[in-house]
Design a binder for this molecule. Structure first.
Ligand code: AMP
Ligand code: GLY
Length: 417
């Protein structure tokens, strides 16, 4: 039986943990704060910073570690653990730059498959900023902080920034703080997520997922960590052609080679590509060096191969085929009232009806006197499976209503198919 250390405490890690347990591993988890769902399935839990190597548990006896979130990847937790003889699912700090540095990602793509990039500039001065404004027009600009922002730092002209002054203020603030900001051309189209297992040499692709990042129905409001997602039983999406999918795969394969060329490091773990289908073709919106949250819940819930075996094959560089059930999935995130604003309702109790049939993946909640409470962030991912997206959607929303408390959710996840 493999002894596995899973690092992280979100709903994504809860879903990965469930898949690992299903494949028969002995699960140990290391979390910043206790996730009661993940704790329940773990043999042992340690609580401490997931980004500070001094706070990690003793690594003796583990077959491998699975690093869930981006923050420990960014701080080199993989490098530390691997150097102590425990292989990791999760790239090292250098390879993880494909997520942790937006400029690195754009430059790698430019070197290996430039047509997958929007027009962009890595801006290091106000002169650069003005040059880019002139080139593509202020109304077509997206401003991106270079580093990690939990999906909340990207600002788009006409949505989050409404004048030249506002845009320049945001860009110059970032420039002053970090010395660099990435400006991109605003793309139009529908987004899709492609996740792949990566063994350093090859990618094995998972079912496509559509993610809903905006806070409110109709894709309005600020970007959040995500409010929900769905995947279809044929593992495709109705608006993504086979040709688009093949192109996305080609882009991700080229990127993996580009990462190796640029850093000398092999990418081992999960490579996540967020794409937009535009009139000019398929473009990369961003890369992540880990599973998406909630996209992990969609694919982990229908993984039919053994997750333990998949992980071992990644470590051995011998990935092979990975199988998924031919089921549709819909995930609806329950979030506290007021999320993602400053007046979010915290510490409110949730009552979960026994009749819930969906998988519940706990995100930012805590347990006190056998009751689950919200924090200021996303609370529970409600994941339903079905023969069709429609059937999965009906079940997910039925169950969402069976969780009572000061919470809200988007009512249009997977609605407009
Ligand atoms: P990111 O953190 O890079 O995924 O950006 C968050 C969200 O901002 C994405 O999911 C898109 O909806 C939007 N976005 C990012 N880059 C662009 C772009 N170049 N054009 C249009 N929308 C974008
Ligand atoms: N669902 C988007 C992300 O995990 O970054």
């Amino acid at each position: 039986m493999s002894k596995v250390l899973l690092i992280g405490n979100g709903a994504r890690e809860h879903a990965v943990g469930v898949a690992l347990i299903r494949s028969g591993v002995e699960l140990h988890t290391h979390m910043d704060r206790l996730n009661p769902g993940l704790a329940k399935i773990s043999k042992e839990v340690s609580i401490g910073s997931t980004t500070d190597i001094k706070k990690l548990p003793n690594l003796w006896g583990y077959d491998y570690a699975f690093i869930g979130p981006e923050a420990p990847l960014a701080s080199g937790v993989t490098d530390f653990i691997t150097n102590r003889g425990v292989p990791c699912i999760g790239p090292n700090q250098a390879a993880a730059m494909i997520e942790t540095s937006k400029s690195f990602a754009r430059i790698v793509i430019d070197q290996v498959i430039p047509q997958a990039n929007p027009r962009f500039m890595v801006v290091r001065s106000i002169d650069d900023l003005r040059k880019f404004e002139k080139q593509i027009g202020i109304e077509n600009i997206v401003v991106k902080p270079n580093g990690l922002t939990g999906g909340k730092g990207v600002k788009i002209f006409g949505e989050h920034l409404n004048s030249r002054d506002e845009l320049e203020k945001y860009a110059i603030d970032l420039l002053t703080k970090t010395g660099v900001v990435v400006l991109e051309e605003k793309l139009n189209g529908t987004e899709f997520t492609v996740q792949a297992f990566a063994d350093g040499g090859t990618l094995e692709f998972m079912p496509l997922v559509r993610d809903y990042k905006r806070a409110f129905d109709g894709d309005t409001g600020p970007n959040t960590g995500s409010m929900g997602s769905y995947s279809a039983s044929d593992h495709g999406l109705e608006y993504v052609s086979q040709e688009d999918f093949e192109l996305a795969k080609t882009i991700m394969n080229a990127t993996m080679i580009g990462i190796k060329k640029k850093t000398g490091s092999e990418f081992k773990g999960i490579l996540y590509g967020q794409f937009m289908k535009t009139q000019e073709g398929v473009k990369v919106i961003e890369y992540n060096a880990r599973f998406g949250d909630p996209e992990a819940m969609n694919v982990m819930s229908i993984l039919s191969s053994s997750m333990d075996e998949v992980c071992q094959r990644i470590i051995d560089g011998n990935l092979g085929k990975v199988d998924f059930e031919k089921s549709a999935t819909v995930c609806v995130y329950i979030v506290p009232e007021g999320y993602p604003g400053p007046d979010v309702i915290k510490d409110s109790p949730l009552t979960i009806d026994d009749s819930v049939q969906s998988n519940l993946y706990y995100a930012s909640v805590y347990e006190k006197d056998q009751q689950i409470f919200t924090t200021g962030s996303r609370a529970i991912g409600v994941l339903a499976k079905g023969d069709t997206v429609k059937a999965a959607r009906e079940m997910a929303y039925q169950d969402v209503k069976r969780i009572k408390g000061r919470v809200r959710y988007r009512s249009d996840i997977a609605a407009h198919l």
